[in-house]
Design a binder for this molecule. Structure first.
Ligand code: GLY
Length: 293
């Protein structure tokens, strides 16, 4: 029986060296929220939901509060959660401002009628299920406004997708789950959907292999089907080997940059990236929390 474990990431990118510890600390707090869910007897799905919601609440990260902005200065949120036991999936894309898109994605999963709602249909689903819409500026931080201004001025890369958040977990029953949430890429065109809410691209969980949450530029990640590719590679090697090979393929086959976190159905974990940084934290029941970037 695996020792329950949760692993989270705060996004692949190039965080300024002085700020890296802050990102690792934010990840550690989220991992501990996930571990608390596991310690209370929760399933892997409960743990990734708690951890991902904590990351969405932290304005440091590009998800929920602090999400990056479209070219028109608006907020459009993507999120997905997947439970590996029955391959249950819930996702939202281009969601207007709500505090915790991952909780809405989980409500989509629990509702079970459809798996992915977009834009105004996603907002309507959320309102109908008791989630309160927020004003257009409620999730917008000064840092997000500054990043958009830099991109629009040509001083930074438009495709920047750093700070996407995610979590993977394995519980005592050997069940795995993954959750991912993001504001997408800075200055994206309105209506653009990234890899995060697409099963197999940014988010994947299957008890027969493992669970993965990906981060980076979604256009490349979705072409490779990165999260599912990493989980499939678990059939051929260790978690470390699968994570490394999937990221190597992301660069070699589609010229993508990004990172991923991976857990197999025995609770073994791995972190891989081809970017300068990706903050992460690992919390296993009964052991000290580890974090890094
Ligand atoms: N990986 C986040 C995005 O491209 O939207």
């Amino acid at each position: 029986m695996p020792t329950p474990v949760i692993l989270v990431h705060g996004g692949a990118g190039a965080v300024d060296p002085a700020r890296r510890p802050l990102h690792a600390e934010g990840c550690a707090r989220a991992a501990e929220a996930g571990r608390a869910a596991l310690a209370a007897g929760g399933r892997a799905r409960d743990a990734v939901l708690a951890a991902c919601a904590a990351l969405e609440d932290d304005p440091l990260f590009n998800a929920g509060h602090g999400a990056c902005l479209t070219a028109e200065g608006t907020v459009e949120l993507d999120a997905a959660i997947m439970d590996g036991e029955r391959l249950e999936l819930g996702a939202v894309a281009c969601l207007p401002p709500f505090a915790n898109p991952i909780r809405i994605a989980d409500a989509v999963r629990a509702d079970g009628v459809h798996t992915l709602y977009a834009a105004q249909g996603a907002a309507r689903f959320a309102r109908d299920h008791g989630f309160a819409p927020l004003g257009p500026d409620a999730l917008v931080t000064d840092a997000a406004r500054e990043r958009l201004a830099r991109v629009l001025a040509g001083a930074a890369d438009r495709g920047w997708a750093g700070g996407t958040v995610g979590a993977v977990a394995c519980d005592a029953g050997g069940h795995v789950a993954a959750a991912t949430s993001t504001g997408g890429t800075v200055a994206k065109r309105p209506g653009r959907v990234g890899d995060t809410p697409l099963a197999g691209a940014g988010t994947w969980a299957d008890d027969l292999s493992g669970a993965c949450s990906a981060t980076g530029v979604g256009e490349a990640i979705m072409r490779l089907g990165l999260a599912r590719r990493a989980c499939d590679l678990l059939h051929a090697g260790s978690a470390d080997e699968a994570a490394r090979r999937a990221i190597e393929e992301l660069g070699r086959r589609v010229g993508g940059s990004g990172g991923l976190i991976l857990v197999d159905n025995g609770g073994r974990t791995a972190v891989a990236r081809n970017t300068e940084t990706m903050s992460w934290a690992l919390a296993r029941l009964g052991e000290p929390t580890e974090s890094g970037f």
